[in-house]
Design a protein. Sequence first.
Length: 332
Amino acid sequence: MNITAETVKQLATEVGFDLCGITSPDTIPEVRTQYYNWLARKFHGEMSYLENEPERRTEPRRLMDGIGSIIMLGLNYYQPDSETAPPGHGRVSRYARGRDYHKIIVGKTKKLIRRMRELTPAGESNEYKWYVDFGPVLERAYAEKAGLGFIGKNSMLISRAFGSWLFLSEVVTTLRLEPDDPRAINHGRCGSCTLCIDACPTGAIVEDRVVDATRCISYLTIERPTEIAEDLARGMGNRIFGCDVCQDVCPHNHRAVVTGEKELLPSHGVGEFLEARRVLEMRTREEFLDLAAGTSLVRTRLEGLQRNARIVLRNEAMGIADTTAPDDENSK
């Protein structure tokens, strides 16, 4: 049988993805310009790998000879927050509380490609490459182009069905599939709302759809390898790994749906909170891996997590409150 866009979407649902859209591998000129400007302004901080071959990120046809389509995939990871953290504990961003999402998405993607190969007519051959975060793809831009949502002022992709609580991944293929119309679904818009800009504790959202990563708490707690400036450290509050503030306050997230992927829930990983003193008592990589192996926390390494734990305890001693927005509406 011929594999159509509808076939791909049905298979994506069957293997566990919440969203699937198809788009062409054409360059998006305005996105390319924005990306080069973002790099020129050094907003990527110490993530120097983002400077490598920027043309591959902005020109998908360089990713594969004979590329025909990009299949964009989305997986909902929303889970409600507790309103307050226990004393002496730091909060972990929602996305990192359970099993490492890379592992989950890779498994689903391999199943999807295997199912597509099984449906390929005899004598026909198609190529596939897949990426989850680590590939040279501007995934939010191509997810928007594939009709999965729109990019909000906080630079997150926002879907009508799932808000911004989405992991994105992509399959590039030589298959030529009918692309989706990005305007077919009315996902809404930000309009005059500036809640995410106003709520960011460190002022990281500097313009519409432009985030200065060097001020972003997610970058600071996960990617930054060295000490954090005092003013930015105070903005962290009790966040020990990642940050959800710009998503917590977004009106598009008020109807969020709890993820159906059980392995993303706290019971399958480190949980919602980490005891800061327990982290500081760790002395070896083995102790750290006993806590973090199989989760996204391995990204920050023991030294980074301990730096974050010291900041959490210092902020608590200074009376800097948990500034995470209560999301009672989201959990209804």
